[in-house]
Ligand binder design. Structure first.
Ligand SMILES: Nc1ncnc2c1ncn2[C@@H]1O[C@H](COP(=O)(O)OP(=O)(O)OP(=O)(O)O)[C@@H](O)[C@H]1O
Length: 686
């Protein structure tokens, strides 16, 4: 097209006197984009464009008066020698501020351009384009642009990665031919579609664009779903972990509290809430320092190290607390507080039990070390009962001689104690005190236990031989406990040794002479056994040279309080306890009980009660059921008044303090001896 053709479409207007307003009106009326500008000789000097007008309006140019001066300032002429076709091209493609200057003869004088305007517009457009390109290049979304016909004209590097194809392979292609899945997007059926690409799974979304400046078309975004799947899986794991943690906290035996890096409470276990009587809402997201200062959890935020097994006291109750910081990258990002409370008593109890067991073990160890030597003396036989005191005196006298002693009495009355004390106060006290429990050794071993055996006496027997108890006790005392339980045949052998003071070892031929003192004990009715033939009469007479009868506890009830006191002192040492006494009810129960097992039973019951006692004193509930159930009824004729009761207690105490000495007790009480005897009779204190 000739330039002339362009210009012929435009009416030439004399603009010398043209006001701006008129120029605008003219351009709008004629729908012109260009307004040729003529000089006074009606020669065209330039072209005025709509954008020039807009700019003038924006800059606040007066709406009247000639525009020539403005044109002179803002419109410039380019080189006249510019080739016509280039000028034509530039005119055609120019949007703003460009015009053609035509000479009177119709030849082109040059191009008028608003260079500064065009350049700045182009400059900002290109920097915007650069920015867009950078964003698209680094985006982790695949981006594809299509024109109105859905032909691809752009794709970013990420989409090349996703598809494994170069940009050139796509450009110009129809998008839905390359990705058939996109048809559903273009048709509006789906707003998001899965799209299999070569290297990964993606989903695609589409949105259309339309601009007067740009072409119409679509933007298609491809998103890598493996990332989303990974995030979803991670989220799932986090959710599962949270649930596990919540369940653990719910069933944790201890009180547990967790805080974040700002010391705000994030989680609390139900036992913790129970313990401090809180609702969860009162603690969650609040500062642990404010709501639970006594926990001192903030310490670990400073020290950054765990504090394990600290003792804490809240409202007078002791707890064990662990404070543990949660660290990440050398920073405290939270803390855990663990309060142990329920186990504390159990731990204490276990600890106490362990201590008792240890004490007991060392006690027995001590006793074991003392075996084969008599451990007890007269002072170890605790009693205030006059009969017992007399018995001890008689036994002490008997100890001085060489005669055999037979100690009779119910089980647990202290017969063995007497045997020890007799040995210890005898001339043989430096010799061994050897105990044989005739009821505990199997019948067929009893003989070898007594007399020992020679080397090689039995096949399979210990080749070295064995020394018997008689041998062992040579020069000392042999205590034959439970003598009534010995077989008749062995009774004969024993009798022979007692008579001849000599014996043969099992399998031996050599006579062995011994100097042994025999003390025997039994709770069996030997006389009846002699009558029915189960105990040899001659042995009975041989043993029954000096006979001591130890009375059962129920026949010497005055001894009970004294024994309780002494046994408790001993047991406190042995068990490591600090029990100070008994309450009235339990004391009364112990006094009333019949004690079939005598002192041994009393000792066992006290040991058990002291183990269970929790308040420093034994109470009724600490005594065994079997005992409480078998308590004899209170004697009605003994029902006494409060005053009498006080009197009875005072007399008992006086007797106890004076170790049963009635004369001293009467003096202590300030009454006559006969007066005391009367009271003893009245209160059946025998
Ligand atoms: N008077 C006492 N003083 C101190 N402890 C006593 C007294 N009487 C008995 N005991 C204690 O009672 C327990 C039983 O005593 P012991 O073994 O001497 O009785 P026993 O009559 O020999 O019994 P068994 O006939 O069953 O052998 C022992 O622990 C002993 O220390």
């Amino acid at each position: 097209m000739e330039l002339r053709d362009i210009m012929t479409e435009i009416d030439f207007v004399v603009t010398e006197e043209l006001s701006l307003l008129e120029a605008i009106e003219l351009m709008y009326q004629k729908k012109w984009n260009l307004l040729p500008v003529m000089n006074e000789k009606r020669e065209p000097v330039g072209v005025f464009t709509r954008s020039c007008l807009y700019r003038m309006l924006k800059e606040g140019c007066p709406l009247s008066g000639p525009i020539k001066s403005y044109i002179k300032r803002h419109v410039e002429t380019i080189d006249i020698h510019t080739p016509a076709d280039e000028i034509e091209a530039r005119v055609k493609h120019s949007n703003v501020g460009t015009g053609v200057v035509i000479h009177k003869d119709g030849t082109v004088a040059g191009i008028l351009t608003k260079t500064d305007m065009v350049m700045s517009l182009l400059g900002s457009l290109s920097s915007l384009k650069n920015q867009l390109e950078t964003i698209l290049a680094h985006s982790n979304l695949g981006v594809m642009l299509t024109d109105e016909e859905r032909n691809i004209f752009f794709m970013n590097p990420k989409l090349s990665d996703m598809t494994g194809m170069a940009e050139e392979d796509f450009i110009g292609q129809e998008a839905d031919a390359v990705f058939p899945a996109l048809q559903a997007l273009f048709s509006g059926k789906d707003s998001i579609v899965p799209c299999e690409t070569k290297s990964m799974k993606t989903v695609a979304t589409v949105s259309s664009f339309q601009s007067s400046e740009l072409k119409k078309g679509c933007i298609i975004l491809f998103r890598d779903t493996s990332e989303i799947e990974m995030m979803a899986a991670e989220l799932q794991t986090v959710k599962a972990l949270k649930k596990t943690l919540e369940t653990t906290l719910e069933y944790a035996y201890d009180g547990i509290i967790m805080t974040d890096e700002h010391q705000r409470i994030q989680m609390v276990s139900p036992p913790f809430l129970d313990l401090f009587n809180f609702q969860e809402s009162e603690l969650l997201h609040r500062s642990v320092r404010t709501v639970l200062p006594e926990l001192h959890l903030c310490k670990v935020y400073k020290t950054q190290s765990a504090e394990v097994s600290d003792m804490m006291e809240i409202n007078g109750i002791k707890y064990i607390v662990h404070r543990i910081p949660i660290m990440e990258g050398g920073q405290v990002i939270g803390a855990i507080g663990k309060v142990m409370f329920r186990q504390l008593n159990e731990v204490n109890e276990l600890f106490k039990r362990l201590q008792r067991a240890e004490n007991k073990a060392s006690y027995y160890h001590q006793q074991y070390n003392q075996a084969e030597s008599a451990r007890f003396i007269w002072d170890d036989i605790w009693s205030i009962h006059p009969y017992m005191e007399r018995l001890k005196l008689s036994a002490a006298k008997a100890a001085k001689g060489r005669s055999t002693v037979l100690i009779r009495g119910e089980s647990g009355t202290g017969k063995e104690l007497f045997a020890h004390a007799i040995h210890n106060s005898s001339a043989r006290s430096k010799g061994k005190f050897v105990i044989v429990n005739c009821a505990a050794i199997p019948e067929d071993l009893l003989e070898s236990e007594f007399f020992g055996y020679e080397e090689g006496a039995f096949t399979g027997a210990r080749q070295k031989g064995k020394i018997g108890k008689f041998d062992l006790a040579n020069g000392g005392t042999l205590f034959l406990d439970e003598i009534g339980d010995m077989s008749v045949s062995l009774q004969a052998k024993l009798l022979r040794v007692l008579q001849e003071r000599e014996f043969y070892r099992v399998g031996g031929t050599k006579k062995i002479h011994v100097d042994v003192r025999i003390i025997a004990a039994t709770n069996r009715p030997l006389e009846e056994m002699v009558n029915d033939g189960s105990f040899r009469e001659d042995l009975y007479y041989r043993l029954n040279v000096i006979s001591l009868q130890v009375p059962p506890l129920r026949e010497r009830r005055e001894d009970i309080p004294f024994l309780i006191q002494k046994l408790m002192e001993e047991l406190n040492k042995m068990l490591g306890t600090t029990i100070t006494g008994l309450d009235i009810a339990s004391k009364e129960a112990l006094l009333r009980f019949n004690w079939p097992g005598n002192v041994r039973e009393l000792k066992n019951i006290l040991e058990r009660a002291m183990t269970f006692a929790e308040h420093g004193k034994i109470q009724l509930e600490d005594l065994p059921d079997y005992m409480l159930k078998t308590l004899p009824e209170k004697k009605t004729d003994l029902s006494i008044s409060l005053v009498e009761n006080a009197e009875l207690e005072t007399i008992k105490k006086a007797l106890l303090d004076m170790k049963g000495n009635k004369a001293k007790a009467a003096r202590l009480l300030g009454i006559s001896r006969s007066g005391l005897y009367e009271k003893i009779k009245k209160y059946q204190l025998h």
